[in-house]
Design a binder for this molecule. Sequence first.
Ligand code: IMP
Length: 181
Amino acid sequence: MKINPCIEEVLITSEMIEKKCKELGEIITNDYQGKTPILIGLLKGAVPFMAELIKYIDCDVELEFIDVSSYQGVSSTGEIKIVRDINCSVGNRHVLLVDDIVDTGLTLSEVIKTMKNRNAASVETVTLVDKPEGRKVKDAEPKYVGYTIPNKFVVGFGLDYNELYRNLPYIGVLKRSIYEK
Ligand code: IMP
């Protein structure tokens, strides 16, 4: 496959993503049998992951999206706000947050708090990528993790740098020269 010239190294191939979504989908299917969870995707990064993952979840689910602003460029601003909220009540419902990547955990931590305040029956997270070295909070550990990677800035399969590269079918390390220009 042709690799985008802005990519230094591919960490997670599209085959690896598909395989992991199958595995995670089977585990989630077992864990949520009979519970009809609300899967809440964090826009925009989680869209490709959510689309792939739900193909392998074989129980009733509802889909929602939330847009929470966190990052500008390559470092966390630590400032989080809900830009677009979900369209349903989560009271007494099982919520599964679907995220592209967890880094500091600040974004997730806020969304988890919000869902708990709204009286969700349970709140768990599935993330395709985890960067545990970047963690700044302890209350946002994802229950389901696809791949754990080192603390590098990656793009592709939903992950962006200033809104670009979300369409790459793989996840790779962005060349430093791109963001240090
Ligand atoms: P956190 O709040 O620091 O955990 O960051 C969560 C959000 O930051 C993710 O949903 C991504 O949108 C973005 N993010 C964190 N690390 C990366 C990265 O390596 N590449 C692209 N976006 C990232």
